[in-house]
Design a protein around this ligand. Sequence first.
Ligand code: SF4
Ligand code: SF4
Length: 412
Amino acid sequence: MPWSTPWAPTDAELHACVECGLCLPHCPTFRLTGDETASPRGRLNAMSAVASGSLPLDVAVAEVMEFCLQCRACEAACPSLVPFGRAMEGARAEVAAALPRSRLRRRVAGRWIARRGIVRTATLFAAVGQRVGARRWLPGRLRTGLRGLRRLPWRSQSLVGSIHEPAGSPIATAGLLAGCVMDPWFGPVHRAVIAVLTAAGYRVVVPAGQTCCGALATHEGRAADAQRLADTNRTAFAGVDLIVVDAAGCSAHLVGHGLGPKVEDGVVTVARLLAEGRLPQRPPTGERIGVQDACHHRHAQRITAEPRSILRAAGFTPVDLDPDGLCCGAAGLYSVAHPETSGQLGRMKAEQVELTGVAAVASANPGCEIQLRTHLREGIRVAHPIELYAEAVGLVAAPIPRRPRRARGAVP
Ligand code: SF4
Ligand code: SF4
């Protein structure tokens, strides 16, 4: 038996594919390359060949698997309901077990980003870099990375360990997942979510004992690490009625991997609270906001209506960018492992946004937000839909717009 881990793709998963090819036009890597081995069907065939023993699990097979974005657009398009995402996670676990040294760059990055202390130290350096305008002197990858980040705080403003009470008696207790990069880099999103949930009557806790959701570990084939992280989170969130997650990649992972029915993506929670009449609405203003559906919303959780209903409740007109849901190329650590392909997809997505003429685009996943900001021209805002809603109805203050940098030599 060529497979060696309990997470290996199963025969049932692999045999479900009838090779019809209907998924091919939805696959970003196939669209870019036209190469069958960069398609869902080709990847499933490679897994089947390894499973039957006719193909060794070597570096070439590892590259076929790791060129996949794990965006799951193929899964949403497949009439035979092939569970491609699950099969690919199993294949990645097999690659990690068979070739532990060959994927070093991704693995080191995956382990580091899951450690809050390391992310916080990197945040401090990035914040200093933003203040001193270091972007101009940095080499390509670091320059674009710094451009993709929001304006970062000088000092730690972590919400981990905090408790937020509603005005009256709480209707229930919601636990907020702090996340690896959400807490240091996307504090305004967390604050908007907390403001909205407390306005609707929830007591919100951000448990101190929580850790990374485990999505990156699973994507990198470290399934055992992901299980340990899930166990830690299960203990940390034991006392809450609901676990709210405001990053699409984290919620998709937690819904599918163990924390179960208590987990709800933040946009689902807020759309539900709006429908129940627990939150204020603003009359239409005619202002158009682009909607970038994260793959982990659109394909993995089939969430598309909720961000749009939240924007409508805020008085905005949602504008669809991408009816066929092409991945923006962020895809966890994909931009580290495959910067050229990630950059191509990022530029395609930025062009789609720019063509609509919107001044802002809503995105509910930190990786997508960084990717959009990296590739969009200056002046188009990228923000979480709950953040845009909370600002519009006055639950949090809108950010002060940054002054455009004055051209060298211009007269003040
Ligand atoms: S994964 Fe689904 S859509 Fe793609 S070739 Fe197989 S059966 Fe067809
Ligand atoms: S998950 Fe995305 S990149 Fe991977 S095969 Fe499916 S559509 Fe293609």
